[in-house]
Design a protein around this ligand. Structure first.
Ligand code: EPU
Length: 417
């Protein structure tokens, strides 16, 4: 069990450099299984999800090296094998092996993907799309098997613009016969990053980043390189922390356009920032005002920043309405914020947060990745010492978290018991 011991209320100054996006790299690595060629992925963050994916790739026969944030994947000996539960249950993104192995080998076998327990998280949109493309999909005791003789391009309409299903359909459609159109596709920047990689590999994908993606199938893909885009959720989390504790704190290596919704809300709350194209200098701001925040699909306010943002709202004077719309169960951190002194009334997927309240250090528990990020923010602004348990979740998504924050003046210890 790992925990963080945070001594709160320290000014932060200097620079935090943002790493590659978790939700991009966890798709880019499985996407490489569409070719037996050599792929090189740059700006790969050192997070535990990457470690698990490397093990999964090695299990499938890939030869991997990972040095200085560069991941080299040699798939010459890649084979399709059933992916055991001990791997697939570690992270949500294991479902991308359905799309990539299914695309190349016309067969994939993998048990239900894991990930944070923030809602039911069904994969019906993925499965229905696979079936439309020509897969026979069977499910037994939580293990899905995909088989086909031929994949055919189709028009595929999504009831909801699912990030994972959009990427999975792009993966299978690249090697399908004919043209696939995804209508009501997700528009998250990570999808453009995956499309860029696939196009570098020889795919023909247009429209990624818009609600309609067109994929003309090609016969085969070859090895290629790609750079992981900056992690907008890591960047956003540190921007929130900087808005509460920063003294000219520079958050560098970001793409400000990907953070538009957060920047806009922070400005509304009265945060002072100097915004450049790939960095933001942020200062602790006095007299923060309440703002309403409602999560939604990109370019709306990201659900993955909702929890850290709710900790920020405890410092804003007045009543903020916070609303989560993507997941059923993403408010499990709220009772812990309340224990720390926040004044919050929550019901269903909504919370009224009444600020400004001084938080106090307490023993709290990260129930999921972004709940952990929220408690990190809370612990850093609290009086006294906060102990955050169960931070394995947090380490899945934030590389070198303790080092990055301590370098700019935080006082955080990571205890491994
Ligand atoms: N959904 C369905 N059926 C499906 C797929 C999704 O009902 O077949 C529902 C989900 O239950 C959820 C909503 O649609 O309520 C959104 O799901 P989506 O498929 O868009 O999300 P995802 O691909 O499972 C990725 C990220 C999440 C992030 C969401 C939304 C990865 C590995 N995960 O999940 O990241 O919250 O997109 O942006 O890319 C995180 O980083 O903390 C995290 C949870």
């Amino acid at each position: 069990m790992k925990k963080l011991i945070i001594r709160g209320n320290r000014d932060l100054s200097g620079e935090i450099h943002i790493g590659g996006a978790k939700n991009s790299v966890v798709a880019l690595i499985p996407a490489s299984c569409l070719t037996k060629g050599k792929c090189v992925i740059h700006n790969v963050p050192d997070i535990s999800d990457v470690g698990i994916l490397i093990k999964m790739m090695e299990y499938l026969g890939s030869k991997i090296t990972y040095e200085n944030e560069v991941l080299t994947i040699d798939n010459k000996n890649l084979k399709v094998k059933p992916i055991p539960t001990e791997y697939s249950s570690c992270l949500r993104a294991s479902y991308y092996f359905m799309g990539s192995l299914g695309g190349l080998f016309h067969h994939a076998e993998i048990s239900y993907p894991g990930g944070c327990t923030i809602g039911a998280r069904p994969i019906d949109i993925h499965i229905n799309s696979f079936k439309k493309q020509g897969f026979k999909v069977t499910e037994k005791d939580g293990t899905y098997t995909l088989d086909t003789h031929k994949l055919k391009g189709q028009d595929i309409f999504f009831d909801f613009p699912s990030v994972g299903a959009t990427i999975n359909v792009m993966l299978t459609a690249t090697l399908a016969e004919g043209t696939t159109r995804i209508i009501n596709a997700a528009r998250e920047p990570e999808i453009q990053n995956v499309a860029e990689f696939l196009n570098n590999m020889g795919a023909d994908i247009q429209g990624a980043g818009t609600a309609e993606i067109i994929i003309h199938g090609v016969k085969e893909l070859h090895g290629a390189e790609v750079t992981v885009i900056p992690d907008r959720i890591e960047g956003g989390t540190y921007l929130i922390i900087g808005a509460l504790l920063g003294k000219n704190l520079k958050i560098s290596g970001i793409n400000r356009d990907h953070l538009f919704s957060l920047i806009s809300k922070l400005k509304d709350a009265g945060v002072s920032m100097k915004i450049n194209k790939d960095s933001i200098i942020v200062n602790k701001s006095k007299n923060l005002k309440a703002v309403n925040v409602k999560t939604s699909v990109y370019p709306g306010f990201p659900t993955d920043l909702g929890q850290p943002m709710s900790a920020f709202l405890t410092q804003c004077k007045g009543e903020s309405l916070f609303e989560e719309t993507i997941y059923e169960n993403r408010l499990r951190h709220i009772p812990y914020l309340t224990t720390m002194g926040a004044n919050i009334k929550s019901w269903d997927k909504k919370a009224v947060i009444i600020g400004n309240t001084q938080l106090k250090g307490r023993k709290v528990k990260a129930t999921d990745l972004r709940a952990g990020a929220s408690l990190l923010v809370a612990g850093m602004i609290a009086n006294g010492i906060t102990e955050v348990d169960n931070i394995e979740h947090l380490l899945r998504g934030y590389e070198n978290l303790v080092h990055k924050l301590n370098t700019v003046g935080a006082d955080i210890k990571l205890i491994d018991e």
